[in-house]
Design a protein around this ligand. Structure first.
Ligand SMILES: C[S@@+](CC[C@H](N)C(=O)[O-])C[C@H]1O[C@@H](n2cnc3c(N)ncnc32)[C@H](O)[C@@H]1O
Length: 242
């Protein structure tokens, strides 16, 4: 099987990523609680710098983290050492459509919109089916994605905005192809990447086609039901034939 990861734009912003995403904290306890309930080990796809994985490991749960960016994994490894949890983190370079994981687990996660890096339904189905393969029967896949609001597009389109001190972000939205070209630059590097969004019903359809049962579709990480906002938080189960 080919486990070679694609070249990653994240390598260029690996040291900018944590300060850039400093304000994103609302999802951490959600994913840590799921991991605690699962009891571990957990596979996190698109583990990045360990924003979720390190608190998960600190909660006592072993994490197998897959990411296509060696740079992001290097930052994660250093942070895990500093936090004293490196022995509970198993970091692997790889593509989330073909994760280099032979273990079977009861929880797979893909936090903070990493599935938006997939660009067509073929890639999305490959990724969802690969996640399903990692799960024991009855195991859960949890992830979050977004669909932009008109207000968000109008407020941000084509403008460099200072998201954090000295870290600038620019969103170029293509509503026809439903693609966001996202650029970021900060003291440690710069990158441009493309993200593709779907409507929630399309994610539901893909999950079902990939062999999942949808357990929950939240509108936020506090578990409120989805009611038409930008964020979708999904929990789906690999059916247990028993
Ligand atoms: C928005 S970051 C999320 C990182 C982390 N999960 C978090 O919550 O902060 C997306 C991550 O997905 C990774 N990624 C993107 N496409 C990938 C792919 N095809 N295979 C593996 N990782 C991928 C990127 O390298 C990046 O680290």
């Amino acid at each position: 099987m080919d486990h070679a990861p694609p070249v990653s734009a994240y390598d260029a912003i690996a040291t900018v990523y944590d300060p850039w995403s400093r304000s994103v904290t609302e999802d951490v306890e959600f994913y840590v609680a799921l991991a605690r309930d699962a009891g571990g080990p957990v596979v996190e796809l698109g583990v990045g710098t360990g924003r979720i994985a390190i608190p998960t490991a600190a909660a006592g749960v072993r994490v197998i983290g897959v990411d296509s960016s060696e740079g992001m994994l290097a930052v994660c490894r250093a942070a895990a050492e500093a936090a004293g949890v490196a022995e509970r983190l198993d970091l692997r370079v790889g593509d989330l459509r073909r994760p280099p994981v032979d273990e079977r687990v009861s929880l797979v996660t893909c936090p903070f919109r990493a599935y938006l890096h997939l660009h067509d339904d073929g890639e999305r189905l490959d990724a969802l089916r690969a996640a399903r393969e990692l799960l024991l029967p009855g195991g859960l896949l949890a992830f979050d994605v977004f669909e932009p609001s008109v207000e968000d597009v109008e407020a941000t389109h084509g403008r460099w905005l200072e998201r954090e001190p000295e870290i600038f972000e620019r969103a170029d939205w293509d509503l026809e192809s439903r693609t966001l070209t996202l650029s970021v630059r900060g003291p440690g590097g710069a990158a441009t990447m493309a993200l593709a969004w779907l409507a929630p019903e399309e994610w539901r359809d893909l999950l079902e086609r990939a062999g999942f049962e949808v357990v929950a579709h939240y509108g936020w990480f506090d578990g409120r039901p989805y009611a038409g906002g930008e964020d979708s938080v999904w929990i789906a189960r690999r059916p247990d034939p028993k």
